[in-house]
Design a protein around this ligand. Structure first.
Ligand code: WTA
Length: 643
């Protein structure tokens, strides 16, 4: 292994940073390690507004944690109301740009007003703490408004990414037992309307528990409304009031459930609660993004994924930031849309994904070079390992060598960032998430749970509970225990392979379970397989992730067919479309390979290891990750398979 380059922050950056130099980082880290409860208790007290204090910071009965239990707070109050008595009152909270070009700048005061109005509507329709709402919306301000209105009343929300199909939406509504759906007619992407309401209509045919579907008019296209169920947001707003105070909720009150892919065909509802989650995302906004009052911060994720929850909505707003939201595609109308946005709003912090970076690299440096990006001071990356070539480009072409890059490792389950450099303290190494956040004790172990040595690959685990951690899988405590806590008893099993170098830096290599990472979106091989075998022509299917130059991994399916006469070309197209229909367009397979039989063990288990090797060895087309890393992940994954 060659020694990677090291990039320390500039003296100027360090001088202005919240956490300065390695000493600053180590002081925090050691304090948290020695006495995590006092450490987190102080942060919670300083950063969050509580209606009532806790008596104990943490109750830990593995795998069940309760943070600040008994204390009372409200997330919407923390993100809005408390700023209104400060100079932030007239600061822009959400700075939004629609794909067609409209702009909205909602100040904290204005955002508060809209949230209160919508919460009053929900309240008047009888929704209350503990009820569940599904939110299925485009990237418009009404999406965070709906989330914040729910949290104001204690309604548990589950945002479903707009790219999911009616089938996937239905499964989530049913699993959650939602009684309310909040949606829109559609949104804009690549100049076209992407309709959402038809998927809601299809899903709701089999969801009798849903009383109301509230529809925001975004595109204005023709939208049939079902009498007695569908309601226009703007019509309800006519009867809204501006008197709807935030409800004090227990710190462990469920805040949201976010569905993510696991290792079975059924997505799991990851449960996050109130006080610990908010403390964690607020603290990491400062530690990792070094958030300052004057920053204009842009996280380019979709709010349908956890990154958008924690780092577009809750973390930034609790921290009083100006959070930028953009509705559409990065290449519309041209490949410089993002750079135009940065130049226009003088964005200072950009947080995006390696997939997006690689896609933009391919279009050429002339696009970013044509714009003034000098407002940027910090860059971030999330969702998948970033390959060093993409890191270097991000640093050189976007950051002009001036901006530290924070490569942030975390998961839907972890709620917030766990491994990342504090930019004014920890020198970066391209491809490494560097060092853990205070209070986080990661370790790398072998199959038996023993710590491996320096530079050895193994399974990444977390030894201690942290405030933003997953509290459970909705409706399935057994799966929660079994999936995360049995491998190394008492420790959280991440499902990722990693190694630690001689400086203690973590290098996350990828998943060791049957979860693929396509464009930074988690997708289970089993979910795609179940979708495929629902097609009448398919006998069996095995799905693996295949290395892909832009998206990190692509979906590759091996399929055996039932007896019949098929045109492979035609059927291949049909099956790709079928998967998009069953799950969502982002899950559309890159490749369908027809085969007479699938390789199996004597006990009849499909040997994914072999398939993974096949697709890995004959298709590495560029600098994705190093081949060495891929083979490690394959090897570790195989050990798991063969257990
Ligand atoms: C991967 C996204 C390497 C990892 C926040 C993890 C990463 C999964 C990184 C979680 C990173 C995320 N470096 N790998 N900086 N960030 N991952 O739940 O495999 O959508 O387990 O959460 O993405 O994906 P999720």
């Amino acid at each position: 292994m060659s020694t990677p380059s090291v990039y320390p922050p500039s003296e100027d950056f360090v001088r202005k940073a919240h956490v300065q130099g390695m000493k600053g980082y180590l002081d925090l880290y050691r304090r948290a390690e020695q006495d995590p409860e006092t450490f987190w208790g102080e942060i919670a007290e300083r950063e969050i507004h509580w209606f009532e204090k806790w008596s104990k910071v943490l109750e830990w009965n593995p795998p069940f944690a309760r943070w600040f239990a008994g204390a009372k707070l409200n997330v919407s109050y923390n993100c809005l109301d408390r700023h209104l008595t400060t100079p932030r009152k007239n600061k822009v909270a959400i700075l939004w740009e629609g794909e067609p070009g409209e702009q909205r700048a909602l100040t904290y005061q204005e955002l508060h007003r809209l949230v209160v109005r919508f919460a009053s509507v929900l309240q008047s329709r009888g929704y209350k703490a503990g009820d569940r709402a599904i939110i299925y919306m485009p990237m418009i301000p009404e999406l965070p408004i709906a989330m914040l209105a729910c949290t104001r009343l204690g309604i548990i929300h589950s945002v479903v990414f707009g790219g999911f199909s009616a089938e996937a939406l239905k499964a989530r509504i049913q699993d959650l037992g939602a009684t309310l759906v909040i949606t829109a007619d559609g949104g804009f992407r690549r100049g076209k309307e992407i309709k959402l309401k038809p998927a809601v209509d299809a899903a709701l045919e089999e969801c009798p528990g849903v009383r109301d579907a509230i529809v925001y008019r975004r595109t204005g296209s023709d939208t049939p409304m079902k009498q007695g169920r569908d309601l226009w947001w703007h019509e309800l707003d006519e009867h809204a009031t501006e008197d709807c105070p935030a409800v004090p909720l227990d710190s462990e009150h469920p805040l949201f459930v976010l569905y993510t892919s696991g290792t079975t065909g059924k997505p799991k509802g990851i449960l996050h609660t109130t006080g610990g989650y908010l403390t964690h995302v607020t603290a990491t906004m400062q530690w990792v993004f070094d958030l300052k009052e004057e920053d204009t911060y842009w996280c380019s994720a979709d709010i349908g994924w956890v990154t958008g929850h924690s780092y577009i909505v809750y973390g930034p707003l609790a921290g009083g930031a100006t959070s930028v939201m953009y509705e559409g595609a990065p290449d519309y109308p041209q490949f410089d849309r993002w750079w135009r946005i940065i130049e226009k709003y003088r964005i200072s912090i950009l947080y995006t994904s390696p997939t997006a970076i690689r896609a933009l690299i391919r279009q050429g440096d002339q696009w970013p070079n044509a714009h003034d990006l000098s407002s940027l001071r910090l860059l971030g990356s999330v969702g998948e390992p970033i390959n060093p070539a993409a890191w270097e480009w991000y640093n050189r072409v976007i950051g002009k060598g001036r901006c530290p890059i924070v490569d942030t490792w975390w998961q839907t389950e972890t709620g917030g960032i766990l491994i990342a450099p504090m930019p004014g303290a920890v020198p970066a190494k391209p491809g490494s998430g560097t060092l853990p956040m205070p209070g986080i004790i990661p370790d790398i172990v072998d199959l038996k749970g023993f710590e491996v040595g320096t530079d050895q690959e193994g399974f990444l685990i977390l030894r201690r509970p942290w405030p933003g951690m997953i509290r459970g899988i909705w409706g399935d405590p057994e799966r929660f225990r079994e999936q995360y806590w049995t491998r190394v008893p008492g420790s959280y099993f991440t499902g990722d392979a990693a190694r630690r170098d001689a400086d203690g830096y973590f290098w996350v290599l990828g998943r060791v379970d049957d979860v693929m990472n396509v464009s930074g979106h988690r997708l289970s091989t089993m979910e795609v397989e179940s979708a495929l075998v629902r097609h009448p022509a398919v006998a069996e299917a095995a799905v693996v992730g295949k290395p892909h130059e832009i998206t990190g991994q692509a979906v590759c399916c091996f399929v055996t067919l039932k007896k019949g006469d098929y045109s492979h070309e035609q059927l291949g197209k049909e099956l790709r479309q079928w998967v998009a229909h069953e799950i969502g367009a982002f899950a559309r397979p890159e490749e369908i390979r027809f085969t007479d039989a699938l390789p199996k063990t004597r006990s009849g288990k499909i040997m994914r290891r072999l398939l993974r090797e096949i697709v890995t060895n004959n298709s590495v087309t560029g600098d994705v990750t190093t081949l060495e890393d891929l083979s490690v992940v394959t090897k570790l994954a195989a050990q798991q398979d063969e257990e």
